[in-house]
Design a protein around this ligand. Structure first.
Ligand code: PLP
Length: 386
């Protein structure tokens, strides 16, 4: 099926501006400078923007690498024609590494046990796996703890020496990058430097060293090493709008979510709205029904809090957001009027940052979870109108 086809009965659209993604990658590359490689992170369906299209737009902007979480995401990129460097890092315990190794994808080993798994498959498929070593420097998620670094590096160096695998990189991930002054960043950077020195001492040379996500890439130059892994910023959102806004960063949000008013009516004072009547009209009012709900990624937490844009005016969500629909108060809306749920904010519409605020979460979660039945429209260049 052509992904750009929009069924005529579509109730909501997610419009993705690929030119924005391309220019964001260029902007981020300019920020980190020519000596630092750019990995654009396109996991989780490109943070809700479409993995394949986002990947192509990022490559157009000069992304040297693509990063994804899973083996399947990486393989999908390869199958759909991306022939450049790709890294993935989240493997099931019984992972089948063979297809990824054969496809020349960089896989990640978070311990000696995983390195041995990868090496066994390398021998079986008679292909030198490209392997990056993940070290835990303080996030306490994946990666080898410091006590295991000597064993990991010794094993990796031996397998590399023997030609079974090619160790291409060493990396880690920060816990507090969105608070650039947090002392944990210094501790993790020091730990990462220790790991890199230890790896070099074990005979692993020319490794690509990387630690920084978007926040660190933007706000902690000391964390950039050889490559930065930019996710949220690729899509034009700030990793922490309180530290620096999207506009101040020179980024352009790539996603716009829009829908249509499918019913509109006057309600008398005293009318309760939506499940549980958590909103009761204190006076006569006019409302509109929007056909999106938590089944499409509109968070229920935004009940009675969020806003949308209709006819150039903000309209407030009244009552609970349901699975498929929600009600907003609006003096003017008529059936058929277009509704902007979120977007770059340039026409007065709410931004992903505002939705995040209304829902006590982060912009990452807002854009990544939008979807459900909404049809995605991919635009290769900015177009007028919604
Ligand atoms: C998702 C992810 C990133 C990207 O983080 P952003 O904050 O979106 O830039 C980088 N590295 C790893 C390991 C990740 O899982």
């Amino acid at each position: 099926m052509n992904v750009e086809t929009v069924p005529t009965n579509s109730l909501a659209e997610i419009t993705v501006d690929l030119a924005a993604i391309t220019s964001n990658v260029q902007q981020l590359s300019a920020t980190v400078g020519p000596d630092v490689a750019m990995m654009s992170i396109v996991k989780a369906d490109g943070y809700g923007h479409g993995m394949l299209e986002s990947a192509r737009a990022a490559r157009d902007g000069g992304a040297d690498w693509l990063g994804v979480a899973t083996l399947d995401e990486a393989l999908e990129l390869r199958r759909r024609g991306d022939s450049g460097p790709i890294l993935c890092w989240l493997n099931p315990p019984d992972a089948d590494f063979a297809p990824a190794i054969s496809a020349g994808i960089d896989v990640t080993a978070s311990g000696v046990w995983q390195l041995e798994q990868i090496a066994t498959v390398s021998e079986a498929v008679n292909t030198r796996a490209r392997v990056q070593l993940k070290v835990d420097t303080g996030l306490s998620r994946n990666g080898a703890p410091e006590s295991e670094w000597p064993a990991l590096f010794a094993a990796a160096a031996a397998l590399h020496e023997r030609g079974t695998i090619e160790v291409t990189g060493i990396w880690s991930h920060l816990a507090c990058a969105d608070q650039p002054e947090h002392p944990v960043n210094d501790q993790q950077e020091s730990a990462f430097r220790r790991a890199c020195e230890l790896a070099a001492g074990a005979g692993l040379s020319n490794l690509i060293r990387h630690l920084a996500n978007s926040a660190a890439a933007l706000w902690r130059p000391s964390s950039r090493f050889d490559l930065v892994r930019c996710g949220i910023s690729t899509y034009g959102l700030s990793p922490d709008p309180e530290t620096q806004t999207t506009a101040a960063l020179g980024l352009t949000p790539a996603m716009t979510v829009s829908s249509v008013v499918i019913n509109a009516k006057d309600l008398p004072a005293g009318a309760g709205i939506s499940y549980g009547h958590t909103f009761v009209a204190e006076r006569d009012l006019h409302v509109a029904l929007i056909p999106m709900g938590y089944g499409d990624g509109i968070p229920r937490h935004a009940s009675n809090r969020a806003q949308v844009l209709i006819n150039g005016e903000r309209a407030l969500v009244r009552g609970r957001i349901c699975m498929d629909q929600f009600v907003v108060e609006t003096p003017t809306a008529r059936i058929g009027d277009r509704v902007t749920i979120l977007g770059p904010g340039t026409r007065g519409e709410p931004t992903a940052d505002e939705w995040a605020h209304w829902c006590d979460t982060i912009n990452y979660e807002i854009v990544t979870r939008i979807g459900g039945r909404a049809q995605r429209q991919i635009r290769s260049q900015a177009q007028e109108g919604s």
